[in-house]
Design a protein around this ligand. Structure first.
Ligand code: F0G
Length: 352
């Protein structure tokens, strides 16, 4: 059987949906990549759930195939979201695939990685930048969708969480059980909520036996859950998680507390360090926000958090592809060298 996309693969765990309503780009079924380098650094058995390999390059496609399919089933003509970039890229692509829906996205001016902006534009979304941040954008989207016949496709739409929970199913299907730990970046907090729901549903269905400890990581300049209050002016190089008042705050705390895990923060320096380690030593290029999961794991490992858990299995979600944000990559590594157009100059540069 050829792969049929998220909804048809995990249909029995998802809300009912008519076959003709399904809008899919054959998303998900992303690889769970073992990292020998990170395993050596931590003493754990480290796997990377590489969500950058989704059709639009991020985990958002999981929730978006569900949200856009349900919108189609409800005859919506316009869908709308606020975004730090990836949600807008995904919503725009799935609206395009539907053939029946327009997409409007509200983004914070100047704080969207270049690739994500390109995606929303090329898929023909109506892109509106505001002189404000993601939290302001989400408030506007809520007001519009409350009052007009426009379908909201941010993760406060419950179908988004339903789609995203399947990432936990895929992890269990590959490992044969849930991991001992699951590390994940936290922005608007929909994804940690979705994974925890997925792990619980598989355990309740008797497919997995374990529940992982959920380890969520916010950026230090945008860490409202860690500080216990909203952050009015969140700042971080990881623009995807530059969020000061997450919509799923309570659910993220529940995932943390019920699983016996934690929500901590990592500095931009720690994020960039993990980002470079992943690319240089495991060969996986993710966007900066994604590296927060690995930065957090390394931080906890150095602090002795896993001392009694040597050899335990940990999955780090890498939420988006590195190509989304080429500017950060080039800045992080410096420019390539340029030499004259001849063999000698090239050999000299290589040191041969
Ligand atoms: N990583 C990436 C690459 C993201 O784009 C996001 C969220 C997150 C992590 C955090 O996930 O919000 O479920 O806690 N991006 C949203 C967007 C906010 O608009 O694309 P979360």
């Amino acid at each position: 059987m050829p792969y049929e996309g998220l909804i048809r693969t995990y249909r029995k765990y998802l809300p009912e949906i008519k076959d003709e309503s399904i809008v899919t780009l054959l998303e998900c079924n992303t690889p769970l990549i073992p990292s020998e380098d990170l395993s050596r650094r931590t003493g754990l058995n480290v796997y990377l759930k590489y969500e950058g390999l989704n059709p639009t390059g991020s985990f958002k496609d999981r929730g978006m195939t569900m949200a856009i399919s349900m919108a189609k089933e409800n005859n919506a003509k316009v869908v709308m979201c606020a975004s730090t970039g990836n949600t807008s890229a995904s919503a725009a692509a799935y609206a395009a695939k539907s053939g029946t829906m327009e997409c409007v996205v509200i983004i914070p001016e100047g704080n969207i990685a270049l690739g994500k902006l390109a995606q929303a534009m090329i898929h023909k979304a109506k892109v509106i930048q505001i002189r404000g941040n993601f939290d302001d954008a989400l408030n506007i989207v809520k007001e519009v969708t409350d009052s007009y016949p426009v379908e909201l496709v941010n993760s406060i739409n419950p179908y988004r969480i339903e789609g995203q929970k399947t990432a936990a199913f895929e992890v269990c299907d590959v490992l044969g059980d849930a991991p001992h730990f699951h590390a994940i970046p936290v922005g608007n907090a929909g994804n940690i909520t979705a994974y925890w729901k997925g792990y619980n549903e598989y355990e309740a269905a008797g497919i997995s036996e374990r529940l992982p400890k959920m380890l969520g990581f916010q950026a230090a300049g945008a860490a409202p859950i860690v500080h216990g209050h909203p952050i009015e002016k969140p700042e971080t190089i990881a623009t995807a998680i530059r969020i000061g008042n997450p919509a799923s705050w309570k659910q993220a705390e529940a995932a943390r507390d019920e699983s016996g895990g934690l929500i901590d923060m990592v500095t931009d320096e720690e994020i960039l360090e993990a980002y470079k380690i992943l690319a240089a030593h495991t060969g996986v290029f993710c966007e900066p926000a994604s590296a927060a999961s690995v930065a957090g794991m390394l931080k906890l490992s150095e602090a002795g958090y896993f001392e009694d858990d040597r050899g335990a299995t940990i999955v780090c979600t890498l939420t988006g592809h590195g190509l989304k944000d080429p500017n950060t990559a080039i800045k992080a590594i410096a420019e390539p060298v340029t030499v004259d157009n001849n063999l000698m100059a090239v050999l000299k540069e290589i040191g041969l």
